[in-house]
Design a protein around this ligand. Structure first.
Ligand code: CP
Ligand code: NVA
Length: 304
């Protein structure tokens, strides 16, 4: 069987994705009940981080430890990747020593090159274009609080960035409608939007996007690598802040999510994370459970 990778949500069939999230809910229950479950015994996860991380690093590392395996953190500063060793060579070498590899990097093409040269599964832990692991946690969180997301409507408010692109893929794979509200010039990739025009609409009004929706999601205005654009972006995005007042225009049962880290006073009002509609802490925790299920699937220790 060909090696399975997870570079975008489109790499896993919708049916399997659904089962994987129910498996994540089961793994969460098992952990809470104190059950020892070690499907990754003697397995090694290599984690390459070319950008900062709190949640992704800790969730993957904890997942491996709890499941009986080990994880190693590799940064370009201390590996030969940072001194120009080609990605393809690194992939060939690491995949002879590790059982599964996770990468957070800049260009999406880099992770595609890595995967083409790897004998073992490669997981996208965020690129400039996509953040699929976060979507597993987000949809798991929605299911836990409200049941299936199929047929619901989601509003994405803010930047047409990597998270927004993964929400477009999620709309397709999980069967929901997505309304994206961005300032002019910050829309998501036009081809991705066009390819999903049955599910996705783009507007320049946050108010228009949130009306009656079941889930409101936002993210930072300047992503990692865009730090020098911060001031200009604060100007451009000033009418795209998510607040309890904006949430009041959504469905009365609407939830609020943010992948975190959040900037209070920018993309969210100071009180948004503490609002009862916010489920961001469950969302962050679910990275752990969803990625365990993902790795079980990629390593073949669980069959959908
Ligand atoms: N949401 C997320 O990926 O967080 P980190 O950057 O802390 O990993
Ligand atoms: N869009 C953000 C997500 C961080 C988890 C970034 O790329 O920095």
């Amino acid at each position: 069987m060909a090696t399975r990778h997870f570079l975008t949500l489109l790499d896993i069939e919708p049916d399997t994705l659904e089962k994987l999230l129910h498996r994540a809910i089961e793994l969460k229950r098992m952990l809470r009940s104190g059950e020892v479950y070690e499907p990754f015994k003697n397995k090694v996860l290599a984690m390459i981080f070319e950008k900062s991380s709190t949640r992704t690093r800790v969730s993957f590392e904890s997942a491996m430890i709890q499941c009986g395996g080990g994880a190693m953190f590799l940064s370009p500063r201390d590996t030969q990747l940072g001194r120009g060793e080609p990605v393809a060579d690194t992939a060939r070498v690491l995949s002879r020593m590790a059982d599964i590899i996770m990468i957070r990097t800049f260009e999406h093409e880099k992770i595609e090159t890595f995967a083409r040269n790897s004998q073992v599964p490669v997981i996208n832990a965020l690129t400039d274009s996509f953040h699929p692991c976060q979507l597993l946690a987000d949809i798991q969180t929605y299911i836990e609080h409200r049941g299936s997301i199929r047929g619901k409507t989601v509003a994405w408010i803010g930047d047409g960035n990597n998270m927004c692109h993964s929400y477009i893929n999620a709309a397709r794979q999980f069967g929901f409608q997505l309304r994206i509200a961005c300032p002019p010039g910050f829309e998501p990739d036009a081809t991705l939007v066009a390819n999903n025009s049955d599910r996705v609409t783009v507007t320049n009004s946050a108010q228009e996007a949130v009306a009656g929706v079941h889930l409101v999601v936002t993210d930072v205005w300047a992503s990692m690598g865009q730090e020098e654009e911060q001031a200009a972006r604060e100007q451009a995005f000033s009418s795209f802040q998510v607040s309890p007042a904006l949430m009041d225009q959504a469905d009365p049962e609407a939830l609020f999510m943010h992948c975190l880290p959040a900037h209070r006073g920018e993309e969210i009002s100071k009180d948004m994370l503490e609002d009862p509609r916010s489920v961001v802490w469950d969302e962050a925790e679910n990275r752990l459970h969803a990625q365990k299920a993902l790795m079980e699937y990629l390593l073949g220790t669980w069959k959908p």
